[in-house]
Design a binder for this molecule. Structure first.
Ligand code: ADE
Length: 251
């Protein structure tokens, strides 16, 4: 997957994109990352990219002429058809999620635009942006950290990054539930023992246990997710049991 990022701070990407799985993704050719400094597209001798807002108000805005020229130049670097989505990282965008990551992973190329200061001239949206994404209901100082989150989560959904075949299918959220607990050696640590069932080697039992743990954890932490999850009758019965246990505890 080719990803082009337009940013005022390309150096922010250096460490996160060169360690661990992102490094591996680049090494194996799964990620073809291109960082573009928006300042390189300024026609100004001081490389200015921002200006004060019409009508007053604080802060500075990224100029439409600079940013649209930068985006159009970057899009033209590839010959992908249809043209790639051009995604503005902004707290006003649609909320990023596992499903959005899977959707983005279907594209051979993405262009991510990191805004800064108080935002950007509205005409950038009208002329050059096809999608807007927020990574949460809070405001970051710029879109760079958000872009890195989107790149990481999206690449996990491109087959081949994770070691075990289809490991991404077992992630929390992949089936609408959080993952349950995991354990490794030692079998007993400070009196806490690895659940017996995991030590039996009985795969059917282990799978059933894991599914119940995932259900229980989702019930305890993110009950809202259960409304969308696909559950069997037996699993719905388990949820009813959790509810009864909760009610019992409250008595
Ligand atoms: N830029 C600033 N805040 C952001 C957010 N929450 N998500 C995406 N981009 C942003």
């Amino acid at each position: 997957m080719r990803i082009d990022v337009l940013t005022l701070f390309p150096n922010m990407f250096q460490s996160p994109m060169n360690e661990s799985m992102m490094w591996k993704a680049k090494e194996t050719g799964l990620l073809d990352l291109h960082l573009h400094d928006i300042r390189d597209y300024s026609h100004d001798k001081h490389r200015a990219v921002d200006d004060t807002p019409y009508g007053g108000g604080g802060g500075m805005l990224l100029r439409a002429d600079v940013l649209v020229y930068a985006i159009e130049s970057v899009v033209a670097l590839g010959d992908h058809q249809p043209p790639p989505p051009v995604i503005l990282m902004t707290p006003q965008g649609r909320l990023f999620s596992h499903d959005v990551a899977r959707e983005l992973a279907q594209h051979p190329r993405l262009v991510l635009v990191c805004s800064h200061y108080e935002g950007e001239d509205e005409r950038v949206r009208q002329l050059a942006i096809t999608d807007e994404i927020s990574i949460g209901d809070y405001v970051l100082t710029g879109g760079e950290l958000a872009a890195m989150v989107v790149i990481d989560a999206t690449l996990r959904q491109v087959g081949g990054l994770l070691g075990a075949e289809g490991a991404e299918l077992r992630d929390s959220h992949a089936d609408g539930l959080l993952e349950g607990a995991h354990y490794t050696r030692p079998p007993v640590f400070r009196g806490l023992e690895v659940p017996q069932v995991l030590q039996t080697g009985n795969h059917a039992q282990i799978e059933a246990w894991r599914r119940e743990q995932a259900l229980r954890r989702t019930w305890e932490r993110r009950r809202d997710l259960l409304r969308k999850a696909k559950l069997t009758e037996a699993e719905k019965y388990l949820l009813a049991k959790f509810a009864r246990e909760d009610a019992q505890r409250l008595k």
